[in-house]
Ligand binder design. Structure first.
Ligand SMILES: [Zn+2]
Length: 463
């Protein structure tokens, strides 16, 4: 008997030593949030409207202007204290009519998309021989042979990496810097194996850049299947020629907006927690996972807390950033204006990694804050909700940009399951049908729960 009692006593003490006193009320609140999100969540239906009625929405376009107006209206239906637009000037790049690519003498077309920001080919197209490399650095050994050729960078995706974001990062500089590097050596066009996982016939677009003083040459992404086909054809005939044509162009600057809503805090109204994601998308597919789920998800997280009668202590500010995909001008403007007004932006949550089942959050904060969160908040999520990743990491792209003005802000980057994101990313496959309602609403609940925890316990968090 004595042993059993002693045993229970030890367990009892251990529990109380390891679980903070507020854990029970927090667990109850989180349970309510999840229940509400699963039964009465609205993110999925809002996403349906954004993707099906408005569709893809590149910064500067007519459609993104529609998305701005519509999402402002959506925010105005909720109990925010203030909803407004913040002016942002954005560059407008237009793809023009569809791209063409084929190997001369081969009737089957290669699937390509102009890279974002690319110039057009001449109207008659470009016909040239091809130099294939895996890495831009391999180009040097071809020296003058690059003159007049199409440079084809064909580096396959590293399928071994569970963290698909790392696989993306490994090769993204070849997309952005490639055209300038190839042009330096006299290339006439740049053909880039799509930055995406899986082997299919969908090219992935994405931003590329030119360098002042170096010729701007047309740049295209080719599907993985197309890249493999071209590779095999080049093995048989290294002197084959490829035809490329595209019509994209910069259309100058356009006035656009960040869409912002504020929910005033009761105790610390001057301290602001920013939550949101980017509203623009690439101009293919429907911008569903990138980033309809991030905007509709963060909005629904706030609506959920409102529906449960929650009153925030700090001001919660929802921001739909403009132009993340090709300039990040919205987040720059947000940071600049906040700084000029002397606002206190204390914390942030960003959602821009898709609407798949939530796995956790990357945290940008001091080591003590991260350790505290791992000890106190992670247990509230991991067993019941399968959300267990709370690791130091980078904030999202938008928070990272405005965060330069706020180096002390505690930032969270929402991390859903990473396996399928880069199959769809920047392709025609990123459509509403690729989003699962239950996974999306589960993410909404994770976002709302984390926002609730930050707001409720910010004062006791170590710096
Ligand atoms: Zn995105």
């Amino acid at each position: 008997m004595l042993n059993v009692k002693l045993g229970r006593g030890i367990v009892f003490l251990f529990l109380f030593a390891s679980v903070p006193a507020f854990a029970t009320s927090d667990s109850l609140m989180i349970a309510k949030i999840y229940e509400h999100s699963f039964y009465r969540g609205e993110a999925y239906e809002n996403l349906r409207y954004l993707t099906k009625k408005i569709g893809h929405r590149i910064a500067g376009s007519e459609r993104v202007a529609q998305a701005v107006d519509w999402s402002k209206g959506l925010m105005e239906q909720l109990a925010f204290d203030k909803v407004y637009l913040q002016d942002v000037r954005v560059p407008y790049w237009d793809r023009g009519s569809s791209e063409e690519a084929y190997i001369l003498g081969d009737a089957q077309r290669l699937k390509v998309l102009a890279l974002g920001g690319s110039v057009a080919t001449p109207e008659e197209g470009i016909t040239a021989e091809v130099i294939e490399v895996e890495l831009l650095s391999d180009l040097r050994k071809y020296g003058e042979n690059v003159q007049g050729k199409i440079v084809f960078v064909n580096k396959p995706w590293d399928e071994s990496l569970v963290e698909t974001g790392i696989a993306y990062g490994l090769n993204s500089a070849q997309r952005s810097r490639g055209p300038a590097e190839a042009a330096k050596l006299g290339a006439v066009a740049y053909l880039f194996r799509s930055l995406g996982s899986g082997i299919d016939d969908y090219p992935h677009t994405g931003a590329t850049r030119y360098v002042k003083g170096i010729d701007s040459i047309p740049a295209m992404a080719i599907s993985a299947i197309g890249a493999n086909r071209l590779h095999t054809a080049l093995e048989k005939d290294p002197n084959l020629k490829v035809f490329l044509r595209q019509h994209s162009a910069w259309k100058g600057e356009v006035l656009s907006h960040n869409v912002i809503a504020e929910w005033k805090g009761t105790d610390h109204p001057g301290q602001i927690i920013t939550i949101g994601g980017h509203l623009d998308s690439w101009d293919v597919g429907e911008g569903a996972h990138d980033n309809g789920t991030g905007t509709m998800g963060t909005l629904d997280a706030l609506r959920t807390l409102m529906a449960l009668g929650y009153k925030p202590k700090h001001t919660i500010r929802l921001v739909f950033y403009m132009n993340e995909e090709n300039g990040v001008h919205g987040a720059s403007q947000y940071g600049l204006q906040s700084k000029q007004k002397g606002e206190q932006l204390i914390a942030a949550i960003e959602s821009d990694a898709g609407g798949f089942a939530p796995r956790g959050f990357d945290i940008k904060g001091g080591p003590e804050a991260v350790a505290w969160i791992q000890r106190s908040w992670k247990p509230l999520f991991e067993e019941s909700y399968w959300v267990s990743r709370f690791l130091p990491g980078s904030p999202g792209v938008d928070s990272g940009v405005w965060g330069k003005h706020y180096p002390g802000a505690l930032m969270f980057n929402f991390r859903p399951d990473p396996h399928r994101y880069f199959d769809l990313h920047h392709t025609a496959k990123d459509v509403f049908e690729a989003v699962d309602k239950r996974e999306l609403q589960s993410g909404v609940a994770a976002l709302a729960s984390l926002l609730y925890l930050i707001d409720t316990h910010y004062e006791v968090l170590p710096n």
